[in-house]
Write a protein that binds this ligand. Structure first.
Ligand code: 1PR
Length: 580
């Protein structure tokens, strides 16, 4: 298995360059031709149809490749500095940490080639770290010198006042310069994931084409002649992002987005569609859905409920406006996940069609297979990233890591959580918590954090603590959701997916007591999950808690509530969301 990329400060952890089999899902039978979007005309020469990609090997840029191909273009990879100078159109999706990226660019002679290419004003699009590297220097593990094309410095967001860092999610651009690239993007949200940002100053003012506000104003894009760069991820920004990409790849395209119905002004609350995936009794990989984690039908057949095909549903939710899609391989704890090749294929195919972030979880842990071969959790996660995941989610293994940490007070650096967040950045690591409510008469009865519950327990109990479980709710552990959340934040989690077994599949609303307790306790984003049954449940969770996102499964799979209805209701309730 190839080695993983070096640490990433904020660039997305994306899948690998190539995969062996073309994804046939959704293509005409008997062909693996990619479908050309209707808005693109057929190009006369193959060169006009080819874009050069600078993937300097520090990480995986699968999502960028998928977006370029989706728009009907071929990719030519840079192998030497000469390839940069020969490019007609160059895309530079920076991945990894600033310092290591500059090391590679300097060592290979690509830094000089890039400077020369930019000096010649040749078409260039930098993405995320690809924007930051243009500046004089970065404070990331530094100061470290950058390419020095644009005056200014790159600095970390200041979390000392409680600002949630990394900046993850859909935020609004303040467009300051009339550019072709951002035409039509005004008023739309685009997807950011980063901890460092370039600071606007008098010296770089002429370069700035948009800024964004998150705690402070930072540079979200630059434009000068043919040189463009964006801090956000157009390849993960849905139709708005693809339209921006298309305008760079095909400057005469009419890929302009329609004006936004409602103007984006700040970081949006996210609505996430979740697909619990497992094999049914016939061995087919299906999307299933449990009642309090029981996914078998209550009829005499006791079959695993089958609510659809994973790639088809994920693609539909993307079209319907989901801000993210999560796949949870719910039996991953039983078997070796890398043995589950259909799951990896699902991810590969979904990532070719879904241009918003994809999370995958289930079975991320160290594993020794039948022949004695040892696989680290990092290798498992790397395979998920290579297959198209932007984030991975850890359940059971994070509980064991947190328990050990709380017992000893020592961060060993060896847990899956610590290793994966060190290598891919904490923005790429979600911890999924599966707690069950335990009522108590008084907080003194337990050593774990309790809440005064909104509805009393069966014996009139006024308090509850939330006991964490592993193996899909099968085994209860001696740790509460509050304690777990705080511990995993310290160990490097970038986000928490907060389920509640009691509410799962019940449609009675999110567990507000639990979500408020946890989202008040941590400074990383919390995704509220389990129990959504109506649009009002979404506005309630955003009004009463600090959740950054709300996730639902059953109501979307059973087509009871469309994603659009959720978003329109949130807008009417004064909650900012991304509208397509
Ligand atoms: O422990 O690292 O292998 O990860 C396993 C992952 O699989 C965990 O994220 C765990 O939450 C999930 N999982 C395991 N068993 C089940 C099950 O249902 N039997 N699904 C399961 C968890 C919960 C939610 C669900 C929401 C929303 N599903 O993700 O989608 O509760 O549902 P709703 O809107 O219908 O109420 P590991």
């Amino acid at each position: 298995m190839p080695p993983p990329p070096p640490p990433s400060q904020g660039a997305m952890a994306t899948g690998a360059a190539n995969h062996p089999l073309p994804c046939s899902v959704g293509r005409p039978k008997g062909t693996n031709q990619r479908r050309r979007p209707a808005s693109l005309s057929v190009r006369a020469s193959s060169d006009a149809n080819t874009v050069t990609l600078l993937d300097y090997g520090a990480g995986n840029v699968r999502s960028v490749r998928n977006a370029i191909r989706h728009l009907g273009f071929n990719i030519r990879d840079v192998r030497s500095p000469e390839d940069i100078l020969a490019a007609d159109r160059l895309v530079f999706p920076g991945v990894g940490a600033f310092g290591s990226a500059m090391d590679v660019l300097n060592r290979t002679g690509m830094a000089d080639a890039l400077r020369e290419y930019i000096r010649r004003d040749r078409p260039f699009l930098g993405i995320c770290l690809g924007l930051q590297l243009l500046f004089d220097s970065s404070e990331e593990n530094g100061p470290v010198s950058g390419l020095g094309v644009i005056p200014g410095v790159v600095r970390r967001f200041d979390s000392s006042e409680g600002l949630i860092v990394p900046h993850i999610g859909w935020n609004a651009l303040q467009i300051t310069k009339d550019t072709q690239l951002l035409q039509g993007a005004d008023g739309h949200h685009v997807y950011f994931v980063h901890s460092y940002h370039a600071l606007p100053s008098d010296a770089n003012r002429d370069w700035i084409s948009s800024t964004c506000n998150y705690g402070e104003s930072f540079i979200s894009s630059i434009s000068m002649g043919n040189i463009e760069a964006v801090q956000f991820h157009p390849e993960k920004s849905g139709a708005t992002g693809l339209s921006i990409f298309e305008k760079f790849l095909s400057p005469n395209s009419s890929g302009a987005k329609a004006p936004a119905h409602r103007k984006a002004s700040k970081l949006a609350k996210r609505v996430i569609a979740c697909l619990d995936v497992r094999s049914n009794d016939n061995g087919d990989l299906v999307v299933t859905k449990g009642d309090q984690y029981d996914v078998r039908d209550h009829s005499s057949s006791k079959e695993v409920r089958n609510l659809g095909k994973p790639v088809e549903l994920a693609s539909q939710y993307y079209i319907d406006g989901a801000d993210e899609v999560s796949f949870l391989n719910i039996t991953g704890f039983r078997a070796f996940p890398l043995g589950d090749l259909p799951m990896l294929e699902v991810l590969r195919c979904a990532s070719e069609k879904v241009f918003v972030p994809l999370t995958v979880g289930g079975g991320i842990r160290d594993f020794t297979d039948g022949s004695g071969r040892y696989y680290s959790s990092l290798e498992v996660a790397s395979e998920y990233f290579r297959s198209g995941a932007d984030k991975i989610s850890i359940g059971s293994d994070a509980v064991f890591a947190a328990e050990a940490y709380l017992q000893t007070g020592v961060k060993t650096g060896k847990s899956s959580l610590e290793q994966i967040s060190r290598v891919y950045g904490n923005q790429a690591v979600v911890v999924s918590i599966d707690p069950r409510r335990v009522y108590v008469k008084s907080p003194d009865e337990v050593q774990f954090r309790t809440v005064k519950v909104s509805s009393k327990g069966p014996l009139g109990e006024e308090y509850a603590w939330y006991q964490c479980t592993v193996s899909g709710g099968r085994d209860s552990r001696p740790i509460g959701a509050y304690e777990l959340a705080k511990a995993v934040e310290e160990l490097g989690a970038g986000e928490i997916l907060l389920n509640c077994i009691d509410c799962d599949g019940q449609g009675g609303g999110f567990d507000i007591d639990l979500i408020k307790m946890v989202s008040d306790a941590v400074t990383i984003p919390v995704i509220a999950s389990s129990g959504a049954g109506s649009v009002e449940h979404f506005s309630e969770v955003f009004e009463k808690t600090n959740a950054s996102a709300a996730l639902a499964a059953g109501i979307f799979h059973r087509k009871e509530v469309p994603i659009l209805a959720v978003k329109e209701h949130l807008v009417d309730s004064g909650v900012e969301v991304r509208m397509q």
